[in-house]
Every structure is written in C-alpha cells, then in structure tokens.
Design a protein around this ligand. Structure first.
Ligand code: ZN
Length: 246
C-alpha cells in the first residue's frame, strides 16, 4: 500500500491541486488528510470539495474546529482569527456540516492519524523529547501527524531504544528506508502554508510494504494564491508569508 499523506492545506486550493497531481503521478493508492483543510487561504470551500473527492479519510484540525465553533478564536493570533472569521462566512452550509462531522483521530491501514499529537490534537510535536512521550500515547506502530507545518520523521527502531529525528535537509524527493518493525511518527509538512523556508507544497508517501517514506514537494502558482487572498481582503502578513515558506 502506497499511502499519500497531506496536512494543513489551509484554504490554499492552488497548492492542493498541485500536490494531488504530484501524488497521482507517483502511483499513490489512497490519500489521507491530517486536518486544517481551511483557515488562512482564500479557497476553503474548494479545498473541502477536493479533499472529499480525493481522500479516503480526513480528521479535524484546530482551524477546522474553530470555523465551526468560533468561541475558540481567543486561542488564535489576530491574523489567524480574522482569517477564520472570513472562512466561517465564506463556507457554504454543506462544507461546514462536513467539517463539523470530522473525527479527531482515525486509523487507516493500521496507521493512526492525528492532527497535533497522539495524546492531544492541539499539542505541537517539535522534538525527540515530545516524540518519546508521545510513543507511549498510542498503540499502533505508526502514527501520522501535522500541525507544526514542518516535515518530520521520529523513529524508535527497537523497544526502549533512543528516539531519532530524521529529516532530510532538502525534502523534495528525499526517500528514507525504514526498519520494518520501527515505531514511527511522521509529519508530511504543510500543503498550503509550509514553514520550513521552502514555499513549495509538501506531502508524504508512506509505502507500507516497501517500508519507505518519500517526502514530496510540488511547485505551484504562489502568486495566484496570493492574489486570491489579497482580493478576499485577508491579512497582508498571511498573504506575504506563503511566498517565503514561513
Ligand atoms: Zn495548521
């Protein structure tokens, strides 16, 4: 099974279309989405419809939940909250209803899907220390997570062994061989708002039979996505950052 993994699309349908085309070229059999389909970008409804049409499973991210229940907006910075209020107004009822029904976690092909961390959907998993604690929070061998917008792979190759962080300096096309019994926490990076200083849309292919993780980057028309955001009146800082991958 070649599993395509996407996360943190954030209303950027231009980036999402590029990533889906790239995964299709690479013979991915199923695609899963780790949440934050909306928030920040100018095409939230198109992102919802593309995810519904192309993904075998999708879970809720913190931005997806905030669009449905705006009482949680106090937890977001001013730009993010403004974009979420815009998104809530822009989404038709059908897409809002679909977002409202998303589960917090799911299991596909024996792999756990979560947004922030297995123990808590709002927790950021940034380092080996957190990863080590998180390995105790789930029973599956492999978990997929998002939320940080940074591609990452944490591996524990033997029970009780050291947790190592393996991320290629250049993620495009980087393929890592995995020990077949290793426990893994993998983050594909962000489709619509990468923060690893590479503005290209990010995704991951997890080959569960060949025990291989392949990090994918897709070029897309960033200026087009920015023009849509500016025309929608979204905060200028959010418009600028997608060109820099921060
Ligand atoms: Zn996000």
């Amino acid at each position: 099974m070649r599993l395509g993994v996407i996360s943190d699309i954030h209303g950027n349908a231009t980036a999402l279309e590029a990533v889906l085309a790239s995964l299709a070229e690479r013979a991915v059999e199923r695609i899963v989405c780790l949440g934050d389909v909306v928030g920040y970008g100018a095409e939230p409804d198109l992102c919802v419809r593309l995810v519904r049409a192309s993904c075998a499973a999708c879970i809720a991210g913190n931005h997806d939940r905030a669009v449905i229940d705006t009482r949680s907006l106090a937890w977001f910075n001013a730009d993010a909250a403004e974009a979420l209020l815009w998104t809530a107004r822009a989404l038709p009822a059908e897409s809002r209803d679909w977002l409202a029904e998303l589960p917090t976690t799911d299991v596909v092909e024996g792999v756990l899907l979560c947004h922030g961390a297995p123990s808590n959907p709002d927790r950021y998993l940034f380092d080996c220390c957190t990863a080590e604690a998180e390995f105790r929070a789930f029973a599956e061998r492999v978990a997929l997570f998002g939320h940080t917008h940074l591609p990452a792979l944490y591996a524990r190759e033997e029970a009780g062994g050291e947790v190592v962080h393996r991320v290629p300096a250049e993620t495009e096309g980087a393929t890592l061989d995995l020990a077949p019994t290793a426990r893994l926490l993998l983050n594909p990076g962000s489709v619509g708002q990468p923060r690893d200083r590479d503005p290209r849309a990010a995704a991951l292919i997890l080959d569960l039979d060949a025990h291989r993780a392949e990090f994918v980057r897709a070029e897309y028309d960033i200026a087009h996505a920015q023009a849509l955001m500016a025309a929608a009146g979204l905060p200028p800082r959010l418009v600028r950052r997608i060109a820099h991958g921060v």
